[in-house]
Design a protein around this ligand. Structure first.
Ligand code: BDR
Ligand code: CA
Length: 306
């Protein structure tokens, strides 16, 4: 699988990075960065730092700094840490991203090799919406677009109804979920990701198997689990973003409902809410998951690091 990860690292984004990097079935072509958990500058810095840590060749293209239309929400420092990597301070590391802007690069890369790229989008969808605006056939040029975002029957995680990635740019989500043309769009939302709990013992296992990568993830995971403890009462976190990438390569671990989706764009109470219906394309929305298999797969692949 030729992978592009659109990402706002972010603890679970970094967890996804190490999964992608070590995966023998993935050629990790690029990361495109986006505001969300952190500013886009910090997302770019963190992405480039992760690539440097593993000595990888993954390109990094900086993306949008703000949503298409709404007033930007504050970065989620209380969830992911002040600069996105929990309590870990990567010092004065300066990213030198590849020169081409994320949306322009995405359009060009997809058009250059139609049907080849898997785009896994695990942040607000602003870069992807811009790509669709530049080239309405963009999604049709991908092998698949797999999105971490939204909540149908599950409650939201930033408001009673909204999931964070859709909430941070609902107009972008609406554009992407209604993109014209062919191509497969898969949506992995809170209906499944909040069933995939990851515990301190799981981080310990990663650190044992892959001391550098796993040790780092265990360190940043402490902040993330402390946040979720305030929400769930349990010292754990969820594999939101890794679940989207696992769904991209092993869809058989998920049960999908085929439906168009509508994202509410306005309103403090319901902005960012996703629901079934509308005139848009049919998306494959995950509604059930083999939790044990996803957890086992995640740990098995991350253990291949180092
Ligand atoms: C999503 O929001 C971010 O906090 C996570 O990285 C994930 O992409 C979960 O709602
Ligand atoms: Ca994310």
């Amino acid at each position: 699988m030729q992978l592009v990860l659109d990402t706002d690292p972010g603890v679970d984004d970094a967890m996804t990075f190490y999964y992608a990097h070590a995966n023998p079935g993935i050629t990790f072509a690029a990361m495109t960065t986006i505001f969300g958990n952190v500013t886009v500058d910090d997302a770019t810095r963190n992405a480039a730092w992760l690539v440097q840590q593993v000595g990888g060749a993954t390109q990094v293209h900086a993306g949008a700094a703000a949503p298409l239309a709404i007033t930007p929400n504050e970065p989620s420092a209380y969830v992911h840490g002040a600069r996105g990597l929990g309590d870990v301070d990567i010092g004065d590391f300066h990213a030198t991203p590849d020169s081409e802007d994320a949306a322009a690069w995405l359009v060009r890369a997809a058009a250059a090799a139609p049907g080849t790229l898997t785009l896994c989008a695990v942040g607000p969808l602003t870069n992807i919406a811009r790509a669709v605006e530049i080239d309405p056939g963009f999604v049709g040029n991908l092998a698949q677009l797999v999105i971490m975002g939204g909540a149908l029957d599950a409650p939201g995680n930033v408001t009673p109804h909204a999931e964070a990635n859709f909430w941070n740019d609902p107009h972008a989500a609406q554009i992407v979920l209604n993109a014209p043309g062919g191509g497969r769009v898969v949506v992995i939302g809170l209906d499944v990701t909040t069933r995939i709990a990851f515990h301190a013992a799981d981080f310990d296992a990663l650190a044992l198997e892959a001391p550098e990568a796993g040790g780092f993830l265990r360190e940043i995971g402490q902040f993330y689990m402390r946040f979720y403890e305030t929400v769930t009462g349990s010292y754990q976190c969820y594999l939101h973003d890794p679940a989207a990438l696992i769904a991209a390569e092993m869809p058989e671990l998920f049960t999908f409902e085929e439906t168009p989706l509508t994202v509410t764009c306005e309103g403090d109470r319901i902005g960012g809410m996703s629901r079934r219906g509308g005139d848009g394309r049919r998306c494959a929305v995950a509604m059930d998951v083999d939790v044990d298999a996803v957890l086992a797969r995640y740990k098995e692949i991350v253990a291949l690091n180092d």
